[in-house]
Write a protein that binds this ligand. Structure first.
Ligand SMILES: Cc1cc2nc3c(=O)[nH]c(=O)nc-3n(C[C@H](O)[C@H](O)[C@H](O)COP(=O)(O)OP(=O)(O)OC[C@H]3O[C@@H](n4cnc5c(N)ncnc54)[C@H](O)[C@@H]3O)c2cc1C
Ligand code: FES
Length: 263
């Protein structure tokens, strides 16, 4: 059973025009958290908005009992969140199932796009600690929406970037550099988090090249703990039959072979 607990806000700073980085002191969540998991945050002290908002865990510091989040301001909840500078925040987590890796993986690739990049530094940190060679391929619309490049570089990952408008890195989509990259490098696992068209492209390329892939999905969420069925997504079982799973409880990370993304 996961309960709401109070976290102390240590930092909530604008890092890009629409993005904030928040650091919370919340030892019980930091202790349990794994890369790819998320928290549900209460964004105001009133009943409006009523529902907590899901945000992925961006960095985990178990020694200091803190987690960091990176979020984009897109609506009422995240706008209210961006205005809180100190005090306490009601948080529930860590929630969902995160990414996995195996000891024998040597080279892995992380592919992130848009605000889907936010949870990936926590993953990169663990993969680097476990001795993997970590390649990071990032995509954003423009330089002003490009997250976490310095986080990955400081961890020692090999980073390539695309922007739609060419304002940073290579002009184009991240799937275009992934295609070239996997032709030239033997990769044991691809990890992906980003907008649906990107995720779809990554699933197609990894399937064609027989590379195992894990993807993190997003759905609108109400409860975050598997109780409301609000975040159901269509998946394919091993025997080919189709069923539904809950992104909050069974995901957000799934193996690419089970994910079905409708057009
Ligand atoms: C598991 C999970 C992890 C997430 N992690 C992050 C993160 O690390 N950083 C980050 O910036 N965002 C993340 N999100 C998205 C974030 O939860 C939404 O942006 C946020 O809930 C919007 O709340 P709001 O009140 O500001 O906007 P609302 O007023 O609720 O909505 C504003 C607009 O955003 C759209 N929207 C709302 N929720 C989602 C969603 N889940 N997916 C796609 N569109 C949505 C709505 O359709 C609407 O158009 C995550 C979502 C999930 C499900
Ligand atoms: S958000 Fe309620 S079941 Fe997933």
């Amino acid at each position: 059973m996961v309960f709401s607990i109070k976290a102390i806000i240590l930092e909530n700073q604008k890092i890009l025009p629409d993005f904030y980085r928040m650091v919370l002191a919340v030892p019980s969540i930091a202790r349990e958290a794994e890369p790819g998991q998320f928290v549900m945050l209460k964004t105001s002290n009133t009943l409006d908005p009523l529902l907590k908002r899901p945000i992925s865990i961006h960095r985990i510091n178990k020694a200091e009992g803190t987690i960091a989040l990176v979020y984009q301001v897109i609506g009422r909840g995240t706008n209210l969140l961006s205005q809180i500078t100190q005090g306490e925040l009601e948080v529930m987590g860590p929630l969902g199932n995160g990414f996995y890796w195996k000891k024998d993986y040597k080279k892995v690739a992380i592919v992130g796009g848009g605000c889907g990049i936010a949870p990936l530094p926590a993953l990169a940190e663990e993969l680097v600690k476990d001795g993997k060679e970590v390649y990071v391929l990032l995509g954003a619309q423009t330089r002003e929406k490009l997250l976490c490049v310095a986080d990955f570089q400081q961890l020692g990952c090999k980073v390539q970037v695309t922007t739609d408008d060419g304002s940073y890195g290579t002009k184009g989509f991240v799937t275009e550099i992934l295609q070239e990259f996997i032709l030239n490098t033997k990769i044991d696992q691809v990890y992906c988090c980003g907008p649906l068209p990107m995720t779809k492209g990554v699933i197609k390329l990894t399937k064609e090249n027989l590379i195992p892939c894990q993807v993190s999905l997003e759905e609108r969420m109400a409860c975050g703990i598997g109780a409301c069925l609000g975040c159901a997504c269509k998946v394919r079982n091993e025997d080919g039959t189709i069923t539904y799973k809950k992104v909050c409880h069974d995901g957000p990370v799934f193996t690419s072979s089970e994910v079905i993304i409708d057009d």
